[in-house]
Design a binder for this molecule. Structure first.
Ligand SMILES: [Zn+2]
Length: 279
């Protein structure tokens, strides 16, 4: 028997959002069995709650946005990945701004926060969405395949012809043993040539040399934490985006994919396979 989990106690963190640049206080709270992860905008009238499921995905440009009516939360994927990677099934995530803190640009700070809270067992069997036949999705030259497997395992190919950041590959089985050290510290890539254009559109306003692997015309402006850090970060993004379909059990192979395709796959898996209790 595998059991559902939640956090042992509330924990908080403050910081600015990656894209909005707005300051935010984030609080993670314990939640009952079978409620999943839900986000709450405590700064809005009525403090609306948005369930973190594929039904509430409202945007996938440069990050994943959830929304229910006027309540929007941008860049949910890194915290979603931290909860999934650390085996937390149920949690309430309160924010007082439209975007959680960027923290380290990855999920290492969120892992520490979850460890501070502790992960406790609930008296309900864990539910898993098992992929039992191959599913493939493509968009342009980006591709993802989900195959039957005995656990969640993700492979990613980051395709690049940049002289200082060549093509990378990473592959991990995702569990609380591999996630904190191998996946959570990996940061996203930021192309210096794009930064000004992104900022004019109100994106990347909270990004810095500390929160991204920043790539100049011919060189890296940020030392890498791992030779394949960008591919590892993409696995982090996939974990967070697939968590919108609950706990998925599959082998995932991804090439060049981003949030649009990740959430397409999550939506398709949620439509084609039902969640089963691990009794
Ligand atoms: Zn990311």
């Amino acid at each position: 028997m595998e059991w559902q989990t939640t956090l042992g106690r509330p924990v908080s963190l403050e910081g600015v959002g990656l894209h909005s640049g707005k300051s935010c206080r984030l609080t993670l709270l314990p939640a009952p069995a079978d409620t999943g992860v839900r986000w709450q905008r405590v700064d809005l009238d009525g403090q609306p709650i948005v369930p973190a499921t594929v039904d509430y995905v409202a945007g996938t440009e440069r990050s994943t946005t959830l929304a229910l009516g006027e309540a929007r939360i941008q860049t949910v994927e890194h915290l979603m990945a931290a909860l999934a990677g650390m085996g937390v099934d149920n949690a309430l995530v309160q924010v007082d701004a439209p975007e959680p803190p960027v923290a380290d640009g990855a999920a290492a700070v969120f892992v520490d926060l979850i460890r501070t809270a502790g992960v406790v067992r609930l008296e309900a069997p864990r539910r898993v969405r098992r992929v039992t036949r191959p599913v493939a999705v493509s968009h342009g030259n980006a591709h993802m395949v989900a195959l039957p497997a005995d656990r969640l395992r993700i492979s990613y190919v980051f395709v690049s012809d940049h002289p200082a950041l060549p093509t990378q590959f990473a592959e991990y089985a995702v569990d609380p043993a591999t996630f904190p050290a191998d996946i959570a510290p990996a940061r996203t890539v930021g192309w210096l040539a794009e930064v000004e254009a992104l900022r004019r559109r109100g994106l990347a306003l909270g990004a810095s040399l500390d929160t991204a692997v920043v790539v100049g015309e011919r060189e890296l402006l940020t030392p890498l934490r791992f030779p394949n850090e960008v591919a590892r970060h993409k696995i982090l993004d996939i974990i967070g985006d697939l968590a919108l379909a609950g706990r998925v059990q599959a082998q995932i192979i991804a090439i060049r994919s981003g949030h649009f395709l990740h959430t397409q796959l999550a939506r398709q898996l949620a439509a084609e396979f039902t969640e089963e209790a691990l009794a």
